[in-house]
Design a protein around this ligand. Structure first.
Ligand code: SF4
Length: 287
């Protein structure tokens, strides 16, 4: 498809960067342009079967909500009584029995941080930030997919970099006014479906510097392209990504949505060829 396709020319002037938007730019610049600059809602489904996909998204959102309420002080027994779905019940009990023990930590859930990145801001909403003042800072992200996301895939995703980097950049007010050092940061992905297999990523100064370079460079590239009259936000050359992208008909990359089960098999084979649907944005749902 040519870049001159008839789509609205409106470009958002309120652009902020997030791990999702930067990842989209890396995976497919065209997707970034359509989603964040043109803010183009496109009436297509992400994955088949539709009901199963929607159900999974709703369960994920509900799980995040339950944990948020629990960490905000609502007794577990009261929350347990509100659960009427067997999968959610299993996830919830896995959380109660196996989630990281945060006793003694200063814990905040669904908290947003932001810091300058080039001429814009970098923002992130964390499922959980737990601080042991002056000692350690723990980021927890609940991953509510049916199958565990492979470590290699998580390691390469910008979420792991952005969350740790931004906590160092903007988290001092959560640490008694003292800067958080990269070596104090750890990020844990925790899977309610497989509670015994969390994935932990420690952080360090070298990685922080490298993340700073990479994120700044991505921001610069995006701003430069956005300022060009005919900014060439190219379509991804890996057409397998298009199967799970809502813009596929607009880009003439197929009509039919990819199968949810195929995606999970792709994950299982540790192939880095797909978007993570919107599972990663479940935590960004407003309650
Ligand atoms: S359909 Fe493919 S080329 Fe088009 S925006 Fe989505 S991923 Fe990019």
């Amino acid at each position: 498809m040519s870049q001159s396709t008839n789509i609205p020319i409106y470009q958002s002037t309120n652009l902020q960067f997030s791990q999702s938007s930067l990842q989209d730019f890396v995976d497919c610049p065209r997707r970034f342009q359509l989603k964040y600059l043109r803010e183009l809602a496109w009436p297509a489904i992400e994955a088949e079967p539709v009901l199963e996909h929607e159900n999974l998204m709703q369960l994920g959102s509900r799980f995040h909500q339950l944990v948020h309420q629990h960490l905000s002080g609502v007794p577990a027994e009261r929350l347990t009584q509100t659960i009427d779905h067997p999968d959610l019940s299993r996830w919830w009990h896995n959380y109660l029995d196996h989630a990281p023990d945060l006793e003694g930590w200063q814990t905040r859930s669904e908290i947003a941080l932001s810091a300058p990145l080039g001429k814009r801001r970098l923002v992130a909403k964390y499922d959980v930030l737990a601080i042991e003042s002056g000692k350690q800072a723990l980021i927890i992200d609940w991953k509510t997919s049916r199958k565990k996301t492979p470590r290699k895939w998580l390691q390469e995703r910008l979420q792991t970099s952005v969350y740790s980097y931004l906590l160092v950049q903007a988290g001092s007010h959560l640490n008694g006014g003292k800067a958080i050092q990269p070596e104090q940061v750890e990020m844990t992905y925790w899977f309610p479906e497989v509670p015994s297999q969390p994935e932990r990523f420690s952080y360090n100064t070298k990685q922080y510097s490298s993340d700073h370079e990479r994120l700044s460079s991505l921001a610069e590239q995006i701003i430069a392209l956005s300022n060009e009259e005919q900014g060439q936000f190219r379509l991804t050359s890996d057409e397998r990504r298009c199967r799970f992208c809502v813009y596929r008909s607009l880009c003439a990359r197929g009509e039919k949505a990819g199968d949810l089960n195929d995606m999970e098999d792709i994950f299982a084979q540790e192939e880095d060829v797909v978007f993570e649907l919107d599972f990663e944005q479940i935590g960004e749902v407003e309650y």
